[in-house]
Design a protein around this ligand. Structure first.
Ligand SMILES: [Zn+2]
Length: 372
């Protein structure tokens, strides 16, 4: 589960999560509608009614974003991709697909269907607004038509990770046959657009419109940062292409038994060996990994009584890698579990340790030497 998100319900077998930032947006949208948008439009409105209309509109905006994301997810699933969850957050939503689309055409369709859905929603709401008999209903539907049109348009901006950026990635991928090239172009454009938004935001603030200016600058900051992280990961994986765990691991097979005391671990193994972590081996099998952070919580006077087995990591099943495993795959496993180091195991026997620092150093070396 994405951190900071809460699961609210399940639709068509897909978990729908709400990021905490959405609560802030919900409040902001309700507030700005109740104070600034509805009162001039509907002069007879009492303040209480304005707040109710604001809250209803914010909920329907939430529903609109959800429909947009469901369109992505359901089409992705129809095209054979696995969909884990939808997370609704600051500027809309993110559909979490397991892995990348295997084909450019799939990526293109899955990305494009979101903005298309928003435009269809906009048309439906605007038509409803035009024929609504009640002025308040017409105002709410009119707002939703406008905001869905904006959502569709904003998402079409051709910068990754927005839908338009994914469309651009798919097009470049289709033309060049190279997915990474497509991502590089889409991220590059996304960063340009991001810096453009930031500059625009600053101009707005200087012109005296601080609220809009800060909003626009935050969106720009998000845009230029989000793509960069994705690109860094793809580049790291490319730089690690032909490297295996064997090439980077340390062949140190020093290990402790589960019954070793924390005191002995520190005095006999960590300090003299200048180590931060060690595998835990029982009957020649790796059963865990104990690190400085695991034992930090043990008070000094209990270190002679506490056994390694009680504090080690991996008690619920230890994550190991093999020497033949591609380094990119091992790195993925480490990042997924947030491990700083994992034991390297061959035929169930400990043959070494792989640390994240060593993997990062290898990536940096290869980048510096322009090796792939
Ligand atoms: Zn979308």
């Amino acid at each position: 589960m994405r951190s900071g998100s809460v699961r609210i319900f399940r639709v068509a077998g897909i978990d729908v999560l709400v990021h905490v930032s959405w609560l802030v947006i919900f409040g902001l949208v309700t507030w700005s509608l109740a104070i600034g948008y509805y009162p001039p439009l509907l002069p007879d409105l009492t303040p209480a009614q304005a707040w109710v209309l604001g809250a209803i509109s914010a909920i329907l905006l939430f529903a609109s974003v959800l429909v947009h994301e469901l369109a992505h997810s359901l089409l992705a699933r129809h095209r054979g991709l696995e969909v884990d969850s939808i997370t609704l957050f600051l500027f809309g939503g993110v559909s979490s697909l397991r892995g990348d689309a295997p084909r450019a055409s799939t990526e293109l369709l899955v990305a494009a269907v979101g903005p298309l859905t928003s435009f269809v929603l906009a048309a439906v709401f605007l038509a409803g607004s035009a024929i609504a008999g009640d002025a308040r209903l017409a105002a709410v539907l009119g707002y939703l038509g406008l905001i869905n049109a904006l959502l569709g348009a904003f998402n079409l901006v051709p910068g990754f990770p927005l839908d338009g950026g994914r469309v651009l990635r798919a097009l470049v991928w289709q033309i060049t046959g190279d997915m990474r090239r497509g991502l590089e172009v889409a991220v590059g454009v996304g960063q340009l657009v991001g810096y453009g938004f930031m500059a625009w935001g600053v101009v707005e603030v200087l012109a005296g419109d601080a609220f809009d200016g800060i909003w626009i600058a935050v969106i720009g900051w998000f845009l230029q940062g989000a793509g960069a992280a994705q690109l860094r990961q793809v580049r790291s994986e490319a730089h690690l292409g032909a490297v295996h765990v064997r090439d980077v691991m340390r062949g140190d097979t020093t290990a402790v038994g589960p019954n070793t005391t924390v005191e002995a671990l520190i005095e006999t193994y960590l300090l003299p060996g200048n180590r931060r972590a060690l595998p835990v081996v029982s009957d020649e099998r790796v059963v865990g990994m104990v690190s400085v952070s695991d034992i930090q919580g043990v008070p000094a006077d209990e270190r002679s009584l506490t056994r390694v087995a009680d504090v080690m990591g991996g008690r619920g099943g230890v994550v190991t890698v093999t020497p033949e495993m591609p380094l990119a795959q091992a790195l993925q496993a480490m990042l997924t579990g947030d491990y700083e180091q994992v034991p390297v195991v061959e035929d169930e026997r400990l043959v070494g340790v792989l640390t994240r620092a060593d993997v990062v150093r290898q990536v940096q070396l290869r980048e510096a030497l322009h090796l792939e």
